[in-house]
Ligand binder design. Structure first.
Ligand code: DGI
Ligand code: FE
Ligand code: FE
Length: 197
């Protein structure tokens, strides 16, 4: 299926097909949570829903195929991504959002592109998708979840920093490879929080 224009209803149906049941439920959770955060922070609600629906659109593509798509379309793969190809679902997802699902809005594309590692200087929509991915109702295992869920509707940057801290701590405890961007994002928002109460 190739859409000329990003149609929310058609994209929802396409996600139901492209994803397994759990990932589809998670996707709907992210779309609804992102919409609520957009209402809270005066962001475009439709863009939040669209980015939420599409953020994991490449999640169920097998790793070898994700690598092939990147190689075919000149999408750079770093060393950490070669070793941990699941990370590529963000890059491949943003590519598919443009090529298959008719998304043209740059902010929506970037919110999908940066939803796993974040990046320094994220836009409000990028932060909303990053945070909604972590707090949506179907996520149950993360530590401090109740607190972070509340914080998300009070202070977006504080919630972002808490999630980055907890994610780095979790990845460190498992001895997982850290993508340079995940670390850069954390350092940027740590520095950014200084001087703010
Ligand atoms: O696709 P989702 O599971 O909904 O969420 P996601 O795209 O944010 O991916 C979440 C996982 O990615 C989570 O277990 C933390 C992990 N992650 C984030 N940054 C890095 C990372 N994993 C590794 N190995 N390195 C990273 O830098
Ligand atoms: Fe993801
Ligand atoms: Fe997700």
């Amino acid at each position: 299926m190739k859409l000329k224009q990003a149609d929310i209803g058609k994209i929802r149906k396409a996600m139901e097909k492209a994803l397994d049941t759990k990932r589809y439920e998670h996707t709907l959770g992210v779309a609804y949570t992102a919409s609520c955060l957009a209402m809270c922070y005066d962001e475009n609600v439709r863009n939040a829903e669209l980015a939420g629906l599409l953020h994991d659109c490449a999640k169920c593509i097998p790793n070898e195929k994700k690598i092939k798509i990147c190689e075919k379309h000149n999408i750079l793969i770093n060393e950490i991504e070669y070793k941990n190809p699941f990370l590529l679902h963000a890059k491949v997802g943003s590519f598919l959002a443009m090529e298959m699902y008719g998304v043209r809005d740059k902010d929506v594309i970037n919110a999908i592109l940066n939803h796993t590692t974040g990046r320094p200087g994220m836009t409000t929509l990028e932060k909303i998708i990053y945070i909604a991915d972590y707090i949506e109702p179907n996520r149950k295992q993360a530590p401090n979840l109740a607190e972070i869920r509340k914080l998300a509707f009070q202070d977006l940057d504080k919630a972002l920093l808490r999630i980055l801290e907890d994610t780095l701590c979790y990845l460190g405890s498992l001895n997982n490879d850290i993508d340079p961007m995940t670390k850069k994002t954390y350092e940027y928002y740590k520095e950014n929080s200084k001087g703010k109460i």
